[in-house]
Design a protein around this ligand. Structure first.
Ligand code: NDP
Length: 393
C-alpha cells in the first residue's frame, strides 16, 4: 500500500493518474501536483478514485521540498517537463523519496539531450539509499525493456538495433504535436545522430530517411533522429555495433515545420519584442493545440518497436518486437490519445516495479538494467501488448 505523487498535469500526467487508479492494491493513495491547479482538478474529476490535487512550481526546489515533506510520498513520478528533472531530483534527495521520470534533463537554453546531468546524481542517490529510474515512458522506456528482453531471451550477441517509432494517426488539425510542443519541436529540429563502432555520428536534421512497412499501419517514411535511449543502451548492451532511432513524419508535418523554422518561430533564444524578451518556440507552444486536447476524434494507430540483429547459437538472427496502440481505443478507455497513453502506461508500470520491489536498487538507473520479465508481463496486462517476430535473413 503505497502513496505516489505525480508531478505534471498534462496529457501524460492524466494517463499516469488514471492508470495508477486502476491498480489500487499498489497505489493506495494518489496525489497530483502541477503548475496549474485547475488542470489537476480536471484530471481528478475524471478519475474514478480519490486523487488529491495541489499546486507546485517544480522549478523551485524549496517549494518541492515543502510539498514532499507535507505529503510524504513513497515515490515521485515526474511527468512535468525535462527542464524540471534536476530540481525534482534535488528535492527527492533532500527529503529521502524515490524518483521516476520519462524524459532526460534538458537545459532550457540548449536542446542537448544527454544523461550526464542525471547520471551525475548516482553517488548521491546511492549514499542516501534512494532509487531513481530514468526514462520510463515508451521511447525511452519500453524500447529499452524490449532490448533487454531480446538480449536476455533471444540473442547471444546483439549487433544492431533500429528503434522505429510510427504514428499513423490523424488528429484532424493542420499542425499539432502529440506531446509537449516545445519539447517535441526541439527534439525534431535537432541534428540526427546514430551510434556506430563506439561513437556517435551526426547527420543534418531529418536528412536521412527511408520507407518502412509498419504492421497494422502500412508503409511510412521514417527519419533518422537522435534519441536519448541510445546513450544508455550503448553503455548497457555489450558489443553493440550500430544503433539508430527512426520516427515517421507526414509531408504535411514537415512542411509546417520547415516554414516555422525558416521564419524563426522554432528559435529557443530570446527575441526582444515591444520591450519584452520572448522565446519564439515558447510563444508558438501557446498557439498550438494542447496535446491532451487532440484525443477526441483522433483516428489511426501508433506502432513503436525495435528491429534487432545479431547471433544466436552461432547463427544470424533478425528479431522484431513492437506494440500497436489505437488512438480511438485510448480515448474510449481514458479520454487520452495514443502518444500520451503509450508514455503514461509505462510510467505507471515503472512506478509499480519500484513500489512492489520487483525492481530495486540504490542509485540512478536506466530501464534496461533490470530484469525485463515482470515489466513485459505488465505491458500485456495494462493495455500495451507486444508482438515479436523472427524474420527471415
Ligand atoms: P504537457 O505539456 O501536456 O504537460 C506538461 C505538464 O507539466 C503541464 O501540465 C505543465 O503545467 C506541467 N509543468 C510544466 N512546467 C511545470 C513546473 N515548473 N511546475 C509544475 N508543473 C509544470 O506534456 P506531456 O504530458 O505531453 O509530456 C510530459 C512529459 O512526458 C514530457 O517531459 C515529455 O518529454 C515526456 N514524454 C516522454 C515520452 C517517452 O516515450 N519517453 C513520450 C512523450 C512525452 P501547465 O499546464 O501549467 O503548463
Amino acid at each position: 500500500m503505497k502513496k505516489v505523487l505525480i508531478i505534471g498535469a498534462g496529457g501524460v500526467g492524466s494517463v499516469v493518474v488514471k492508470k495508477c487508479a486502476q491498480v489500487p492494491e499498489v497505489f493506495s493513495e494518489i496525489v497530483l501536483a502541477s503548475r496549474t491547479l485547475e488542470k489537476c482538478e480536471k484530471i481528478a474529476a475524471g478519475t474514478p478514485r480519490p486523487v488529491k490535487t495541489l499546486r507546485v512550481d517544480a522549478d523551485s526546489v524549496p517549494e518541492l521540498v515543502s510539498l514532499l515533506r507535507a505529503e510524504k510520498p513513497d515515490l515521485v513520478v515526474n511527468v512535468a517537463l525535462p527542464y524540471q528533472d534536476l530540481t525534482i531530483m534535488d528535492a527527492c534527495l533532500e527529503t529521502g523519496v524515490d524518483y521516476l521520470d520519462t524524459a532526460n534533463y534538458e537545459p532550457r537554453d540548449e536542446a542537448r539531450f544527454c544523461y550526464k546531468w542525471q547520471w551525475d546524481y548516482m553517488e548521491r542517490f546511492r549514499e542516501r539509499g534512494l532509487m531513481a529510474l530514468l526514462g520510463s515512458g515508451f521511447d525511452p522506456g519500453v524500447t529499452n525493456v524490449f532490448c533487454a528482453h531480446a538480449a536476455k531471451n533471444h540473442f547471444d550477441r546483439i549487433h544492431t538495433i533500429d528503434i522505429m517509432d510510427c504514428n499513423g494517426g490523424d488528429h484532424g488539425h493542420p499542425f499539432a504535436t502529440n506531446f509537449n510542443p516545445e519539447i517535441n519541436i526541439r527534439e525534431v529540429s535537432a541534428p540526427g545522430r546514430y551510434y556506430e563502432n563506439g561513437r556517435f555520428i551526426e547527420t543534418p536534421p531529418l536528412s536521412v530517411h527511408e520507407p518502412f512497412d509498419f504492421p497494422e499501419i502500412g508503409v511510412r517514411e521514417m527519419y533518422l533522429m537522435y534519441h536519448e535511449e541510445m546513450e544508455s543502451l550503448a553503455k548497457n548492451i555489450p558489443g553493440i555495433r550500430r544503433m539508430r532511432f527512426w520516427m515517421t513524419f507526414s509531408e504535411n508535418y514537415l512542411t509546417h515545420l520547415r516554414v516555422l523554422e525558416n521564419v524563426g518561430m522554432t528559435r529557443i533564444d530570446p527575441v526582444r519584442f515591444k520591450g519584452v524578451d520572448i522565446v519564439p518556440l515558447e510563444f508558438l507552444k501557446a498557439l498550438l493545440p494542447d496535446p491532451a486536447s487532440l484525443a477526441e476524434g483522433y483516428t489511426g494507430k501508433t506502432n513503436i518497436g525495435c528491429m534487432i540483429k545479431g547471433e544466436k547459437d552461432g547463427r544470424p538472427r533478425t528479431y522484431y518486437i513492437y506494440n500497436v496502440c489505437d488512438h480511438a481505443e485510448c480515448y474510449r478507455e481514458l479520454g487520452a490519445q495514443a502518444v500520451s497513453y503509450t508514455t503514461g502506461v509505462p510510467a505507471m508500470i515503472g512506478a509499480l516495479m519500484m513500489l512492489s520491489g520487483a525492481w530495486r536498487g540504490k542509485g540512478v538507473f536506466n530501464m534496461e538494467e533490470f530484469d525485463p520479465a515482470p515489466f513485459m508481463d505488465r505491458l500485456n496486462r495494462h493495455g500495451l501488448p507486444w508482438t515479436e517476430k523472427f524474420l527471415e535473413e
